[in-house]
Design a protein around this ligand. Structure first.
Ligand code: ZN
Ligand code: ZN
Length: 355
């Protein structure tokens, strides 16, 4: 953790703030190690503070020994934070503009007369993009749980089962395989419902010759996995087979092309052009992927408009899809580690299990 604080101070320098209030809980735990679910960090030029309440005092002292504790006593965290700030000589205090609410920012401003509040964006999010060895090991465990859960679920998929039942089977399997919790609500979408990239589960029963899309992920030791598989119940129709094959080809092309130094927008283009050239126009309705770590969606962004550049240690998804409204949808999603000279596909679950 001391190295993360050190790196954060360098990043703060770059953003021209001398101090920083960290209010996003994922960032709080990433920087300090604090595992409780309510706390704030205040990083001053020479010290670092963890502000929490008495429910967490023992836990905070144990998890974050490098931080000075400030326990809020009934008047709220911002009041406790302001007391800490007044003890330091902050001039430009960064806040996380994407996390601190408008009301909180107003309250903080009311407490603090001197220092200036400066909006920052993605300061810690950019640090989190590149994972260290421990983080990569945790991600591998989360991916392996999802892989094994899919293997456990596949033989149980049958006609007549509802989407809701299927999502329940997958979640049960993830629990049995060791998931601490789920990375997000499991998607199980069948037939025309699968044409929505993020379809809510329904009571629709799976039918013969349905394409069924399942998107799920486990959390293990605070790190997430994210995987999508599409299967066909029975023999696929020619059009369904083509949709699936083209999406899979686009994925394999992108996985083969991913390497450090590559612009994320260019990687997106590899998959998108293949899908368009194969005759599916703009039926690929979302970005190619995203970073995965403590949050299931984090930086970098792999899309047409992204300015991110791939680097060793990044873990991203590669998830092209083809969605034909009223008909069907397919998506295949792997997690990939960017290495020194290419990319390693982490996801091992088999990819097509029709009939
Ligand atoms: Zn997913
Ligand atoms: Zn994803």
């Amino acid at each position: 953790m001391p190295t993360r604080v050190h790196k954060l101070r360098q990043a703060m320098d770059g953003d021209k703030v001398d101090s920083l209030v960290v209010s996003d809980q994922v960032n709080v735990s990433y920087i300090s190690g604090f595992s409780g679910d309510a706390g704030l960090l205040y990083i001053s030029p020479s010290r670092q503070y963890l502000i929490t309440d008495s429910r967490f005092d023992a836990q905070a002292a144990q998890d974050a020994p490098d931080f000075q504790l400030a326990i809020s006593r009934g008047k709220g965290y911002l009041e406790a934070l302001s007391r800490v700030i007044r003890r330091t000589r902050a001039r430009r205090i960064g806040i996380e503009a994407d996390h601190l609410t408008y009301r909180q920012a107003q309250e903080l401003r009311r407490h603090l007369a001197g220092p200036r509040m400066v909006a920052t964006r993605g300061l810690i999010g950019r640090m989190r993009m590149v994972k260290d060895a421990w983080e990569i090991a945790a991600i591998r465990r989360a991916v392996a749980i999802a892989d094994r859960a899919w293997a456990r679920t596949l033989p149980r998929v049958r006609r007549g089962m509802t989407e809701r039942e299927l999502s329940g089977e997958i979640e049960r399997a993830m629990r049995i395989e060791g998931a601490d919790k789920f990375a997000f609500d499991t998607i199980a979408a069948s037939g025309p419902n699968a044409a929505m990239p993020h379809a809510p589960v329904t009571g629709r029963a799976l039918r013969e010759r349905d394409l069924v899309k399942a998107d799920f992920g486990a959390v293990k030791d605070s790190y997430c996995s994210d995987i999508t598989r599409t299967i066909c119940l029975g023999k696929p129709k020619r059009k369904q087979e083509k949709m699936y094959r083209v999406a899979l080809e686009a994925q394999l092309l992108a996985e083969g092309a991913a390497r450090p130094g590559m612009r994320a927008a260019k990687l997106d283009k590899v998959a998108r052009e293949h899908i368009a050239t194969a005759g599916f126009g703009d039926a690929f309705k979302h970005g190619l992927g995203h970073g995965v770590g403590r949050a299931v969606h984090e930086l970098p962004t792999i899309s047409r408009s992204s300015n991110d550049v791939l680097a060793p240690g990044m873990v991203i998804t590669i998830e092209p899809g083809i969605y034909l409204e009223g008909y069907a949808g397919v998506r295949v999603e792997d997690m990939v580690l960017i290495t020194e000279n290419g990319a390693e596909v982490l996801t091992q679950a088999p990819k097509w299990a029709g009939s």
